[in-house]
Write a protein that binds this ligand. Structure first.
Ligand SMILES: NC(=O)c1ccc[n+]([C@@H]2O[C@H](COP(=O)([O-])OP(=O)(O)OC[C@H]3O[C@@H](n4cnc5c(N)ncnc54)[C@H](O)[C@@H]3O)[C@@H](O)[C@H]2O)c1
Ligand SMILES: O=C(O)C[C@H](O)C(=O)O
Length: 343
């Protein structure tokens, strides 16, 4: 198959000499007049179970003009494949630590699904010893190469990996709490038994077990639940991820639904960057909503990232009790992340 490189060698002065050769397109990498207006997005862990479908979905997003796919394995193949999609984004692949800086340079948004997933019987915290180091290294690259980028952290345990990222950025002198967001969107989608297109429930706290706190009393459109339904729904939402881990029986955790949730959240971040009004999503961010330094709640996204953190609103007695349980576990997870960088 003829390749773009054979017909149109990348400019030797290109800032991406490691840019993978891409086939002469059935897609859109071969551009007469450069990339369409839009944002530059990097996915770190792009060859993974989340990364690959996320790359596909981001390639379809008209707000994305450049898509960089980075992983420590397999990105040449994933990039060649994605590049055949006849959508606007120019896609480039980057493989391994030597190419991390080129993958990140100039990016507006960096999405991080890099890291290992759970197997049955594991908690998300069991992933800490492997994923903490991965997130640290990747965030060191972000601090060096695209310090103004919006960062979406997917890698678990999110309750700790977001504080890790924050500490890395603080050490680099680049920390902007408005631009660091933990992706908890999947929890919002797991309000079971209702039409997800019609219903919205804020899910606050964090992204593990009892730290996942759905505020069912604030469901929109309003509807009432019996206490049994509240207990059942809350448990299903808190254990939604574990249900998938157990169903996959050792083959990993949510990937396709997570890619969808991550693409939806990334799109919200990009619409915010574009200046759209009224972009409100739940996310795990640096926050003063509680006495903890990080907390997931509704945030309004804009040109500078998190432009407003909305208050939790009225909680009923069940939710107030859940909040105390969530805060107790969350405090430990946050401290574990902070200590990992400052030990
Ligand atoms: N936030 C959420 O709601 C949510 C949902 C699902 C999964 N997750 C988490 O996302 C992570 C990825 O899950 P997955 O199913 O895609 O796993 P996966 O193993 O399928 O893919 C992970 C990818 O990361 C890559 N990787 C490993 N080390 C890397 C490094 N140093 N730099 C760049 N890439 C690296 C691997 O090569 C692999 O391609 C896990 O930690 C999982 O727990 C979070
Ligand atoms: O449950 C997991 O380990 C993956 C993710 O955090 C999820 O909620 O699906």
């Amino acid at each position: 198959m003829a390749t773009l490189a054979s017909h149109l060698r990348p400019d030797p002065a290109s800032s991406h000499p490691q840019m993978e050769e891409v086939p002469l397109l059935r897609g859109s990498n071969c551009r007469a007049k450069g990339a369409a207006p839009g944002f530059k997005v990097a996915i770190l862990g792009a060859a993974g179970g989340i990364g690959q479908p996320l790359a596909l979905l981001m390639k379809m997003n008209p707000l994305v003009s450049v898509l960089h796919l980075y992983d420590v394995v397999n990105t040449p193949g994933v990039t060649a494949d994605i590049s055949h999609m006849n959508t606007g984004a120019v896609v480039r692949g980057f493989l391994g630590q030597p190419q991390l800086e080129n993958a990140l340079t100039g990016m507006d948004l960096v999405v991080i699904p890099a890291g290992v997933p759970r197997k049955p019987g594991m908690t998300r915290d069991d992933l800490f010893n492997i994923n903490a180091g991965i997130v640290r290294t990747l965030c060191e690259g972000i601090a060096k190469c695209c310090p103004k980028a919006i960062v979406n952290v997917i890698s678990n345990p999110v309750n700790s990996t977001v504080p890790i990222a924050a500490e890395v950025f603080k050490k680099a002198g680049t920390y902007d709490p408005k631009r660091l967001l933990g992706v908890t969107t999947l929890d919002v989608g797991e309000v079971l038994g209702l039409d997800p297109r019609e219903v919205n429930v804020p899910v606050v706290g964090g992204h593990a077990g009892v730290t996942i706190l759905p505020l069912l009393s604030q469901v929109n459109p309003a509807c009432s639940f019996t206490s049994e339904e509240v207990n059942h729904l809350t448990s299903r939402i808190q254990n939604g991820g574990t249900e998938v881990v157990e169903a996959k029986a050792g083959a990993g955790s949510a990937t396709l639904s997570m890619a969808y949730a991550a693409a939806k959240f990334a799109d919200a971040c990009l619409r915010g960057l574009r200046g759209d009004a009224g972009i409100v999503e739940c996310s795990y961010v640096a926050s003063q909503v509680t006495e903890l330094p990080f907390f997931a709640s509704k945030v309004r996204l804009g040109r500078s990232g998190v432009e407003e953190i909305l208050p939790l609103g009225p909680l009923n007695e069940f939710e107030r009790a859940g909040l105390e349980k969530a805060k107790k576990e969350l405090a430990q997870s946050i401290q574990k992340g902070v200590t990992f960088i400052n030990k």
